[in-house]
Design a protein around this ligand. Sequence first.
Ligand code: SIN
Length: 330
Amino acid sequence: MKPIITLAGLVLALTATAVEAEPIVIKFSHVVAEDTPKGKGALLFKKLVEERLPGQVSVEVYPNSTLFGDANELEALANDEVQLLAPSLAKFEKYTKQVQVFDLPFLFDDLEAVNRFQKRAKGRQLLRSMEKENITGLAYWHNGMKQLSATKALMLPSDAMGLAFRIQPSAVLESQFAQVGAPTKKIPFAEVYTSLQNGTVQGAENPWSNIYSKKMHTVQPYITESNHGVLDYMLVSNTRFWFGIPHQIRTELEGIIDEVTFEVNRAAEEANQADRERIRKAGTSEIIELTPEQREAWREAMRPVWQEFEPVIGADIIKAAQTVNRKQRN
Ligand code: SIN
């Protein structure tokens, strides 16, 4: 007997095919320029996804706070208005206190130490610290170590007294500057350049790539190469969205994220050093290199922040982070 194909059956089958054919759209929003470690990572992710999952997933990248900025991007993620973000680690304070470990001043000697911590169990555990908030951490991406910039030369902690610094929304960073007598203002990244230019604040802390790509060196005559903290990112998605992606596609996406993460983290330090050199050549800011004694004075001045935040971050996490430095000290 011949199978009977009804019109209704045909319509249903065609509709199902059409529904299946709709690609999953991933909007990836971020606040920095495209020519930065995060900006390049977002574009590489888009390229690889569209090569390997054509017609199944499409990626839209929105740099420079053009879709969402610091003030609303994590809410937008919760509402599924955006599906991928990579906020700097300081921006998760509202959702987890543990991730604040990354903001502690002078905790990590360099980016390699940060890398080691992020790969160890305690570091990886932090990727899952916001799952109750419907935020899943997929990877850590490096930017680089932060430098202090200001309208005056900062050699010793006392030089910062009374200067107002722009900070990210982090109590740790507020306390870090309070230790050296400097008031702070929490300002979204998109407004940092203007705030420095119009004198709302006199100083800031940023990696070289953010200073250069946002032209901050043109309004900050002094940059102290302090390497006093790290500015890294957590690539995050909305947990329900992410685990709702069909398994095979999600596995492919996770493989791509691993590849992009490797590339971003491999290239970040080099990109920061290239931007340092561009700033030096521009000649708009004096780059101050601290002597070991001067750097130690900043470390001593800011070190009390560790004790202050130990109860909220957790002594175990701070200890684990300390052990990744090659040179062990208190
Ligand atoms: C970023 O690199 O995403 C911005 C960090 C900041 O707000 O300083």
